[in-house]
Design a protein around this ligand. Structure first.
Ligand SMILES: Nc1ncnc2c1ncn2[C@@H]1O[C@H](COP(=O)(O)OP(=O)(O)OP(=O)(O)O)[C@@H](O)[C@H]1O
Ligand SMILES: [Mg+2]
Length: 239
C-alpha cells in the first residue's frame, strides 16, 4: 500500500451554507489503527464533517490535510459509504467489480478480489442477484464490500445502520469489524449510543457544529467532560 496518508488533520475547519455556520472551528487529527466514531444528535453536523474529511465538500475556512508525500493520489486511498447507498442496476458481483474496472485492475485479478469482498460481506450466495433486489441490510453490506474491494487505507461510513433492524445492524457492525481487522482505519458517524459503545475506540462528540469532546471511548462513556455530552448520554439532549 506504500506510505501511509494518515494522520488526517483538520485545523480550525468551518463550513457555512445559506449564511449559517454549520461546522465551527473544528480541530482534530485522525490517526491510523483506531476506529473513530463521530457521535452527536441529529443535525449536529456529523455528515458534513465526514464529507469535509473525505473531500466531498470544501471548508469555508481552515484546513483539511493528509500527511501524504507530494503527488500522492489521496482520493485513491480512501473510500466512503453513504447512509443510502446507490447501487448499479446490475448484479451484486458487478457492483463490486465496477470500481476495480474503473481503476484498470485486470479481469483475472478482479474476479478474485470480488469473490473475497463478497465473502467478507457474507454475500457470496447473492453474487449473481440483482443488487437492487437485495434487502436493505444486504445492500448496505454490498456497499461496504464495494468500498473495501479497493483496499482503502481509510474507510468513512455515514450512519451505516440507519433504518436497519437490530439483527441487520449487528451484521453491519461485524462487517465493519472485519474491515478494521483487515487493516483499514475506520471513521464513522452515528447517533446510536449502543453502536458507539460497541464499535468505538475513540469518540468525537459533535454538537451544533462544535467538537465538544474528543476522548478514548471508555473515558468518554464513563466520564464525559461537558454538560452536553452528559445530557446526550442520558438521552436528554435535543438539538
Ligand atoms: N447545503 C446545506 N445548506 C444549508 N444547510 C445545510 C446544508 N447541509 C447541511 N445543512 C444543515 O447542517 C446541519 C447539520 O447537517 P448534517 O447532515 O451534517 O447533520 P447530522 O449530524 O449528520 O444529522 P443526522 O444525525 O440527522 O444525520 C443540519 O441542520 C442541516 O440542515
Ligand atoms: Mg447525518
Amino acid at each position: 500500500m506504500g506510505v501511509s496518508i494518515l494522520p488526517l488533520r483538520l485545523e480550525g475547519v468551518t463550513f457555512e451554507a445559506d449564511g449559517k455556520r454549520l461546522i465551527d472551528g473544528v480541530t482534530f487529527d485522525l490517526r491510523p489503527g483506531t476506529r473513530s466514531v463521530i457521535l452527536g444528535p441529529n443535525g449536529a453536523g456529523k455528515s458534513l464533517l465526514l464529507r469535509l474529511c473525505h473531500g466531498l465538500i470544501r471548508p469555508s475556512g481552515g484546513e483539511v490535510s493528509w500527511d501524504a508525500p507530494r503527488g500522492t493520489e489521496v482520493s485513491h486511498r480512501q473510500a466512503m459509504v453513504f447512509q443510502r447507498p446507490v447501487l448499479l442496476r446490475r448484479s451484486a458481483a458487478a457492483n463490486v467489480a465496477y470500481p476495480l474496472r474503473l481503476r484498470g485492475v485486470p479481469a483475472r485479478e478482479r474476479g478474485e478480489r470480488v469473490a473475497e469482498a463478497l465473502a467478507l460481506a457474507g454475500l457470496s450466495a447473492q453474487a449473481k442477484q440483482a443488487a437492487r433486489s437485495l434487502s436493505g441490510g444486504e445492500q448496505q453490506r454490498l456497499a461496504i464490500a464495494r468500498a473495501w474491494v479497493m483496499a482503502p487505507e481509510v474507510l468513512f461510513l455515514d450512519e451505516p445502520t440507519a433504518n436497519l433492524d437490530p439483527a441487520a445492524a449487528r451484521a453491519i457492525e461485524a462487517l465493519i469489524d472485519g474491515v478494521h481487522a483487515s487493516g483499514a482505519k475506520i471513521v464513522m458517524t452515528t447517533h446510536d449510543l449502543g453502536q458507539a459503545h460497541r464499535l468505538a475506540d475513540e469518540i468525537l462528540f459533535l454538537h451544533r457544529g462544535h467538537l465538544l469532546e474528543r476522548a478514548e471511548a471508555t473515558a468518554f462513556f464513563s466520564n464525559p467532560r461537558t454538560a452536553e455530552a452528559s445530557a446526550f448520554l442520558k438521552g436528554d439532549l435535543s438539538w
